[in-house]
Ligand binder design. Structure first.
Ligand code: SIN
Length: 305
């Protein structure tokens, strides 16, 4: 294995020498392309290496995959039960495959996944892993950014680590719900068209949210990561808004600093998998006039500890 040491010296994104797959690192911070795999037909040996590569690199991606909804379901179920997606309904006949589609004609300020976030953190058991299939992607733009929250945690000072160790973060969708409601009203005023940004869900529960450890431990690798983002982290248990806001702003900005980030360029038929417990991500709305068609499935997560 050739080491790829992050400039901080606190993370090695080098790829292991696997037997059934090839991993090619994307950046020093995280991410790897996996080659030598047809996701519609994965042996148990190859799957074990894919899982290990996912935990190691946090985000992995596969080019030139031609998968059906059933293939997408099957590869998701190799990791565990389907998780909950709070925002979208599945496609017909495949309720766990959620369409994330923006038509070329839709002009919106807000797209699904915009703003740095960890998926559905307001749930008691947020998804562990997400698997997205980019089927028809724009010729430019629409990239997805990822940030390594293990590297971020390891880069904090010992004093900061000690201070935040016992804290619980209030994860709530209150900002997302109000932005979506405002966007929905503005879209309806314009045309009645909303792309896949529907809000047919129990928003009250999403706003109530959940309290989770600000530092969570990965159930398999034991790695500690910062569980904070710019979208859902709305408070800290036992603190006033005035007290918690500066700390949350600092930590959420710290995790997403450029050197902890990798950027994924999509092509048609790219499948990506990320471990939602150890990274954040953000989608970009910079491809107006082009269709972006993606399908997403999530794996049930555990209660963060
Ligand atoms: C998401 O699943 O959060 C959306 C990612 C993307 O659209 O790139």
């Amino acid at each position: 294995m050739k080491s790829i040491t992050h400039p901080t010296g606190l993370f090695d994104n080098g790829a292991k020498d696997y037997k059934h797959i090839t991993a090619i690192p994307l950046a020093a911070a995280m991410g790897a392309e996996i080659q030598g795999v047809d996701l519609s037909n994965v042996s148990d040996y190859a799957f074990a290496e894919i899982e290990a590569a996912l935990y190691r690199h946090k985000l992995i991606f596969f080019r030139e995959q031609d998968i059906s909804f059933t293939d997408h379901e099957n590869i998701t179920l190799r990791f565990g039960d389907f998780g909950t997606d709070a925002y979208t309904k599945g496609v017909e006949g495949h309720k766990n495959i959620q369409p994330v589609i923006k038509e070329a004609t839709v002009e919106t300020k807000m797209v699904f996944g915009s703003g740095w976030h960890t998926d559905s953190a307001f749930l008691d058991c947020p998804p562990a892993i997400a698997i997205n299939y980019g089927k028809d992607m724009p010729p430019y733009g629409g990239d997805t950014l990822f940030a390594n929250s293990v590297l971020a945690y390891n880069s904090l000072s010992p004093a900061m680590k000690e201070m935040i160790a016992p804290l619980k973060v209030w994860m709530s969708a209150k900002h997302v719900v109000s932005s979506m409601q405002a966007e929905k009203q503005s879209q309806q005023r314009k045309s009645g068209e909303l792309g896949s940004l529907e809000l047919d869900v129990d928003t009250q529960k999403m706003i109530e949210g959940s309290y989770h450890p600000l530092v969570r431990t990965h159930p398999v690798s034991g790695e500690k990561s910062l569980y904070v983002d710019k979208t859902y982290a709305c408070g800290i248990e036992g603190m006033t808004e005035e007290e918690s806001r500066p700390l949350l702003d600092f930590l959420a900005g710290f995790v997403t600093q450029e050197s902890f980030v990798c950027r994924l360029k999509w092509y048609n038929n790219t499948v990506i998998m990320w471990d939602n417990r150890i990274c954040l991500h953000q989608a970009f709305n910079d491809y107006d006039g082009y269709r972006r068609e993606m399908y997403r499935a999530v794996v049930m997560g555990e209660k963060p500890e």
